[in-house]
Design a protein around this ligand. Structure first.
Ligand SMILES: [Zn+2]
Length: 410
């Protein structure tokens, strides 16, 4: 029984440690007394944990005035020098790696173009080299490594740390965690890119303080990350959030997944380009022609957004048209999840000025349905870095939340 009691005490201590770290992440600077009150713990328990966290370098005392109680008092914050995290994004046509300290200040980052037609091993070697570079730079700064997070554009088996299927890369069953752990002796977290990005927005972006929200990630495909009660909703096997493959037109276009009329065939940047090309084929004048050098096949999504920003009607109308289809799916999601915020991320966030008003109007028209009332909308705070910052969040989330994960560090 004594052993059991000791094990329980150790577990409770870790749990309380995670609670204190999480409060400091969200509300710092805080005094010991405020921490004890918020966490519902007695002051001596808090003091013991705080002293040990200061000794371990995860938190620090600041000499800020304690304005809340009108007198000087030592306040506590997370210590940026508590360690470094590496975030990796394996995109469809790029690799992005970021190095941050313990409070997610970016210390270094690099993004390189990759070609999905290239050998998988070649692309992964490139990502692994950049990871090594980030680790070397973090170590040079005298920080300890906390872990590596990897975001990928596909379905992930969380238990095995495996990329099960990435339709736009045409990769399947890639044991990423195993491959990375053969080179790096660190905790390694693999996650779907939209889930990672949602977590990144929750920790360091526009969704801070929002415990229930949906992140829509529209790049080549359309993914979603759903945060419920402050946690990623992963479903029974980790595959939740594949919102891009909701059928909204059974007779529609063939999707990369093999089905017809999936939401992503109607709303991604590809859908915008298809609309624009169709209009321009008729010879309709548009700034898009000039921006793309008159080559219909060479039009990029950025060309359309640039033209819209210059007041081009064809561009604005194509974006608004796609906004309507986005609105249909968003209302469905709102009715299912009752979130407080919808975040538009990925390439579509570049066009949020045109898309969000259309979506908001459609949602407003549905506002007789209670879930549609009081909902907020925002564009991603990290733009194209949303996923790679989310990969960093995976590492910090594990340390700040999981009572056992400090074991490998402390
Ligand atoms: Zn599909």
């Amino acid at each position: 029984m004594a052993i059991q009691t000791t094990a329980d005490q150790g577990f409770i201590r870790k749990l309380n440690t995670a609670v204190i770290l999480d409060y400091l992440r969200r509300f710092a600077p805080l005094s010991r007394a405020e921490l004890a009150a918020r966490a519902g713990l007695n002051r001596s328990t808090v003091s013991i944990i705080i002293n040990s966290l200061i000794e371990e370098g995860f938190i620090q005392e600041t000499d800020l005035q304690n304005a809340k109680v009108g007198r000087p008092g030592m306040l506590l914050t997370l210590n940026p020098k508590g360690g470094f995290a590496v975030g990796v994004e394996i995109g469809v046509d790029f690799i992005s790696v970021i190095l941050t300290d313990f409070v997610a200040n970016v210390l270094w980052q690099e993004r390189v173009v990759s070609d999905p037609a290239e050998d998988q091993i070649h692309i992964l070697d490139g990502a692994s080299e950049l990871t090594q570079k980030a680790i070397d730079m973090g170590t040079e700064q005298g920080l300890r490594p906390l872990g590596i997070g990897i975001g990928v554009p596909g379905l992930v088996d969380l238990r095995q740390g495996k990329l099960v299927f990435a339709p736009n890369l045409k990769w399947s069953n890639v044991p990423l965690r195993l491959m990375w752990s053969q080179r790096f002796e660190l905790p390694i977290f693999i996650e779907n890119e939209a889930n990672a990005a949602a977590l990144g927005e929750y920790y360091f972006g526009v969704a801070r303080g929002k415990d229930s929200f949906i992140y829509l990630s529209a790049g080549i495909g359309l993914g979603g990350g759903v945060i419920i009660d402050g946690k990623l909703f992963r479903g029974s096997s980790g595959y939740a959030g594949e919102i891009g493959h909701m059928t909204i037109d059974p007779d529609g276009e063939l999707c990369g997944c093999g089905k017809r009329g999936c939401w992503e065939t109607k709303v991604g940047p590809r859908a915008v380009l298809r609309r624009v090309r169709k209009i321009l084929t008729d010879g309709t004048p548009s700034l898009i022609n000039e921006l793309s050098g008159g080559n219909l096949d060479g039009i990029s999504f950025n060309n359309v957004v640039d033209a819209a920003n210059m007041g081009d009607t064809v561009a604005v109308e194509a974006l608004k048209d796609v906004g309507k289809y986005l609105g249909i799916g968003v209302i469905n999601l709102i009715n299912i999840f009752n979130p407080e915020l919808i975040v538009l991320g990925g390439a579509l966030s570049l066009a949020h000025e045109y898309l969000l008003p259309v979506i908001k109007e459609m949602v407003r028209e549905s506002s007789l349905t209670p879930p549609c009332e009081h909902i907020e909308f925002a564009a991603s705070g990290h733009g194209s870095d949303a996923c790679v910052m989310g990969a960093v969040a995976l590492v910090l989330d594990d340390i700040l939340r999981e009572p056992t994960s400090l074991q490998h560090i402390t």
